[in-house]
Design a protein. Structure first.
Length: 304
C-alpha cells in the first residue's frame, strides 16, 4: 500500500488550458479579479489576481505564461523539478514555458498578474524575424525585474479595466512587442533581427495610409495593415513608426479624432453616432481619446 508521499509523486499533474473558461481555478484558490476571457483577444490570455497564502498543485500549461509581481513577497517555486526560493519585489517576472512542470507556494497574501501566449504565436512571429525553427523558451524563476514586460502587462490590465473591446490594434502591437522581446531575451537560440532605419518606402507608406483612411470606421487589425504592404507585423510597426514618428495605433486614433472634429462641427448627428462612424467602440471610448488629443470633450469642442 502506497504512503501519502508516494501517492503524491504518482499523481499526474493537472493540464491547464486557459482557452477554457475558469481554467485558473484548477490552480488558484480564488478566482481572478480581472480576466481577458471575453475580450476577444487572439492568441493571448490575461489575468489579474489577489490570492491568499496557497500551495498550488503541480500542473502543466498548454500556453507560455509570463507573470509579474505587484507586491513584495517571498515564495517557493518548482520548475521541472528544480526548486528555488524567490524574494520578489514589484515588477519581478517569472516565465513558465508551455509544458513545464510547475508548482508555486506562498505563505502570505500575494498580488500578481500574468499573460499566457499561444506557442504558435512565437513560431509565426519568429518566422517573420528569421528566428530558429526550434524556438524554446527558457524557464525563469522570479528573481529579476523586466521593465518592458511589466509595462506591457500593466497596459493589458489598463485596457481590460476600461471595458473597451475595440482596441485590437493596440493589443496586437503590445503582443507583438512582447513576443519579439521574449524571442530576443529568453530563448535558447535567439534571432538576429535586422535593424532598418529608413522607414517605409513612399509607396508602402501611401498604401498604408490609404488603407487606414478607407477603414477608419472598422476594426483595423495589425495583420491586415502589414499584409496590405506585404510585410511582417514586427517590421511593419518599426518602419511605420520610423516614417511617421508614432505607432500605427496612435496614428489611427489621431485620424479618427480628426474625422470626428469635422462631424462635430457639422452638428447633423449625435455624439454617439459620431463615435461609431469614426470607429470608436462607444461614446465613452470616443470621449477618452478625444480629450487626450484635444484637451476638451467632444461636446465642449462642438460648442466652441
Amino acid at each position: 500500500m502506497l504512503n501519502y508521499c508516494e501517492e503524491l509523486t504518482q499523481q499526474k499533474p493537472l493540464i491547464v488550458d486557459f482557452q477554457q473558461e475558469g481554467a485558473s481555478r484548477q490552480v488558484f484558490s480564488d478566482p481572478p479579479l480581472l480576466t481577458s476571457y471575453n475580450s476577444g483577444w487572439s492568441n493571448i490570455y490575461f489575468e489579474y489576481h489577489y490570492q491568499p497564502s496557497y500551495d498550488t498543485p503541480e500542473h502543466r500549461l498548454t500556453m507560455h505564461a509570463i507573470s509579474t509581481t505587484l507586491c513584495s513577497t517571498s515564495s517557493e517555486r518548482w520548475l521541472d523539478g528544480y526548486r528555488q526560493t524567490e524574494y520578489q519585489t514589484v515588477g519581478t517576472i517569472a516565465i513558465i514555458p508551455a509544458g513545464t512542470l510547475h508548482r508555486c507556494l506562498w505563505e502570505e497574501n500575494v498580488q500578481f498578474m500574468f499573460v499566457a501566449i499561444e506557442p504558435t504565436l512565437l513560431f509565426s512571429l519568429g518566422a517573420e524575424v528569421d528566428a530558429p525553427e526550434d524556438i524554446e523558451l527558457i524557464p525563469q524563476f522570479a528573481t529579476k525585474r523586466d521593465p518592458l514586460i511589466q509595462g506591457i502587462l500593466l497596459s493589458f490590465q489598463e485596457e481590460l479595466h476600461s471595458n473597451i473591446q475595440a482596441n485590437n490594434l493596440y493589443v496586437e502591437q503590445l503582443t507583438t512587442t512582447l513576443v519579439i522581446h521574449l524571442l530576443k531575451k529568453y530563448c535558447v537560440r535567439q534571432p538576429v533581427i535586422i535593424a532598418n532605419g529608413d522607414g517605409l518606402s513612399k509607396h508602402k507608406l501611401r498604401k498604408t495610409l490609404e488603407y487606414i483612411h478607407a477603414h477608419l470606421n472598422q476594426d483595423i487589425k495589425l495583420a491586415d495593415l502589414a499584409g496590405s504592404v506585404g510585410m511582417s507585423q514586427y517590421y511593419f510597426v518599426r518602419l511605420f513608426k520610423q516614417s511617421m514618428g508614432i505607432t500605427p495605433y496612435q496614428y489611427v486614433i489621431q485620424q479618427r479624432v480628426e474625422k470626428s472634429k469635422q462631424l462635430l462641427k457639422q452638428g447633423r448627428v449625435t455624439i454617439t453616432d459620431i463615435a461609431l462612424q469614426c470607429g470608436f467602440a462607444n461614446q465613452s471610448h470616443f470621449t477618452k481619446h478625444f480629450r487626450q488629443i484635444t484637451g476638451v470633450t467632444p461636446k465642449a469642442y462642438q460648442q466652441l
